[in-house]
Design a binder for this molecule. Structure first.
Ligand code: CDV
Length: 314
């Protein structure tokens, strides 16, 4: 019998600075109820879903940003969301800013099962942007100021009768992210993102944002034989236009559902987990075809190094 997860990608439109957690949680619950009505087992929300994308502003005293972070999960603000999940028997994944009791700040995503219990927590590994104020920019991207990179790596959890992994936004651009989970047999990767259309370091990339988003997630799905669910917080938030185009991608690399708007919008797909095997047991049979003994640079080297022309064997 095939294993099917019906998954919802619950895209959010903008969350402005003036919007309270209560406003946002009401929107999340409306999307969760729609997902439950459409038979979803699991609904996925974006990165930093509970607040506006606050790394776009510099605050000299970082503690002034504390109100953007959750100090526990479930926090009081999301109790009703956890209760709704339990009442409707639907799991979910949610991105939020985490402030630990010992003062560490992470960009985090949780996986919650149909009983409302947290089954997994992932902290973002690849932190993009910059660490100090750059006043010349039209807006900041201070993730490297507000978050430390996780050193816990990429977990894969058994949940929903599947092997489920998580990644957050910039992680999706790195092939190592997918392969780390692929090597654990991942069958579905959940990813929230906030991607400004304007990429300040190289504006020639602006027009390609949608292409690059699909390119990396489709490639990651195909090359690892896994479903990928990419979910945006899109639209114009505090004057910054962000990519929407949330998508559910099959292990073949094909997009099976994609949002049409830049607003709150749910897309749904029934995902046959056994499709993963078609790729994992054929072209991407890792055990048979990978050559890890030749991939040492992947783990031993960070930046680019070249020792000169390799010797040509006679
Ligand atoms: N939130 C992100 O990680 N955003 C990055 C932007 C800054 C490039 C992204 O990879 O979409």
């Amino acid at each position: 019998m095939s294993r099917i997860i019906t998954v919802g990608a619950a895209q959010l439109g903008p969350v402005q600075l003036s919007h309270s957690r209560t406003d946002v949680v009401a929107r999340l619950m409306a999307l969760m109820n729609q997902a439950a009505d459409r038979g979803c087992d699991l609904v996925v929300f974006p990165e930093l879903a509970l607040t506006t994308f606050f790394p776009r502003w510099f605050l000299d005293d970082i503690s002034e940003a504390d109100h953007f972070y959750e100090t526990e999960m479930p926090s009081p603000a999301v109790q009703s969301l956890f209760q709704c999940a339990k009442d409707r028997s639907i799991g979910f994944s949610l991105g939020y800013a985490e402030l630990t009791t010992d003062g560490h700040r992470f960009n985090t995503q949780v996986l919650v099962d149909k009983t409302g219990s947290v089954v997994g927590k992932y902290r973002k590994v690849h932190i993009p942007g910059h660490a100090s104020n750059e006043p010349g920019r039209p807006f900041q991207h201070l993730e490297r100021y507000y978050f430390e990179p996780s050193d816990e790596g990429f977990g894969v959890w058994h949940a929903f009768d599947a092997k489920v992994g998580m990644m957050i936004c910039n992680d999706r651009r790195w092939p190592e992210t997918y392969r780390e989970m692929g090597l654990q047999g991942v069958e579905m990767i959940l990813c929230g993102y906030n991607t400004p259309i304007h990429y300040v370091p190289d504006p020639s990339q602006d027009i390609l944002q949608g292409f690059h988003n699909a390119l990396v997630m489709q490639a990651g799905a195909y090359q690892n034989g896994t479903w990928v669910v990419g979910v945006a917080k899109g639209g114009v938030e505090e004057g910054v236009d962000s990519l929407a185009q949330s998508a559910i991608i099959a292990p073949s690399g094909q997009i099976v559902a994609q949002t049409l708007t830049t607003d709150d919008e749910l897309i749904v797909a029934s995902c046959d987990l056994d499709w993963c095997k078609r790729y994992k047991e054929t072209l991407f049979d890792f055990d048979k075809y990978r050559r890890p003994e030749l991939y040492k640079r992947h783990v031993e080297q960070r930046g680019v190094k070249w020792d000169g022309n390799p010797t040509v064997r006679p």
